[in-house]
Design a protein around this ligand. Structure first.
Ligand code: T3D
Length: 263
């Protein structure tokens, strides 16, 4: 498939997807959803990819749904938003949450509506200092979707989740870090080199262990401690048979840097 609304590249263990409709702040059209689905399917089967980067072109990360596709002429039937979520946003979020490699979201600018929650579903969210997060839904009569009502209370607690959802205020990247919404924010001038260094680190990491850690952390939200111990035991057992674990222990004992292969 030829891409017109995203950029895709994979090299050196890093797959990069850039949302690329900068004049519309990379808001989502049906075409962008289709292209992103295709790219994520590619990433999933790309044995050389050890980390995925999701970012945006231009001054924004993503402004959610393209609202010009939601204008309804008088007398016309409104768009079925439930169908849009079912066909597009839900599979997108669930795919990003279960990719067989860590997912870094580099929030280069404003992340609004579904754009904010797509960022929040990623494993590591790093933002430029000038970026911001807006649960813009209430401004157009909607609720936070794309997992927003799931992620927000878990990340920042109900009080802050409620404020963000009901007021739709802009949260600065710095505030997002202080609230525990995202992992890190860095000065704009340091953003690209910091993201590149992070990607290089993750491309050399024991991929299976990172994916298993994600699975265990996600599973913990509703688990009892006994169930969580069961899961940790099972995942650790699997990892104990992995080439990367063997390499990690050998490297430690030989006092050398490990050469992980992601296997
Ligand atoms: O519909 C379904 O399928 C259900 C799922 C819905 C999920 C959702 O995401 S609903 C929420 C949709 N998003 C929004 O409500 C956010 C709308 N955008 C904004 O509020 C503002 O643009 C921002 C706060 C994000 C940024 O503001 P600012 O002042 O930095 O930029 P701007 O001037 O508003 O935007 C720049 C251009 O991008 C502008 O076009 P222009 O005037 O230069 O021709 C603006 O219209 C366009 N743009 C920004 N966001 C969208 C958009 N065009 C279409 N759809 C957008 N979401």
């Amino acid at each position: 498939m030829t891409y017109e609304t995203i950029l895709y590249a994979s090299a050196g263990g890093v797959a990069r997807v850039t949302l690329n409709r900068p004049d519309r702040l990379n808001s989502f059209t049906a075409q962008m959803h289709e292209e992103l689905r295709d790219a994520l399917a590619k990433v999933t089967t790309d044995a050389s990819a050890r980390v995925l980067l999701l970012t945006g072109a231009g001054r924004g990360f993503c402004a959610g749904q393209d609202l010009s596709d939601r204008a309804v002429a008088p007398g016309d039937a409104p768009v079925d938003l439930g169908a849009s979520i079912e066909q597009n946003y839900r599979p997108l979020i669930l795919t990003l949450r279960t990719l067989p490699m860590p997912v870094v979201c580099a929030v280069n600018g404003v992340a609004a509506g579904a754009g904010a929650n797509i960022a929040l579903c990623c494993d590591l969210v790093i933002a430029a200092q000038s970026a911001s997060f807006i649960q813009a839904f209430c401004k157009i009569g909607l609720i936070p979707d794309s997992g927003g009502t799931f992620f927000l209370p878990r990340l920042v607690g109900t009080a802050r989740a409620m404020g963000l959802s009901m007021l739709g205020d802009k949260l600065s990247a710095q505030q997002a870090v202080e609230w525990g919404l995202i992992w890190k924010c860095v000065e704009d001038a340091e953003f690209k080199p910091t993201v590149d260094a992070l990607l290089a680190q993750l491309a050399q990491a024991p991929t299976r262990a990172l994916v298993a850690a994600r699975r265990a952390l996600h599973g913990s939200a509703h688990a009892t401690i006994e169930a969580q111990f069961d899961l940790e035991r099972d995942l650790q057992r699997e990892l104990g048979f992995s080439a990367d674990y063997r390499e990690g222990v050998s490297a430690f004992l030989a006092k050398r840097a490990p050469q992980f292969t992601g296997k």
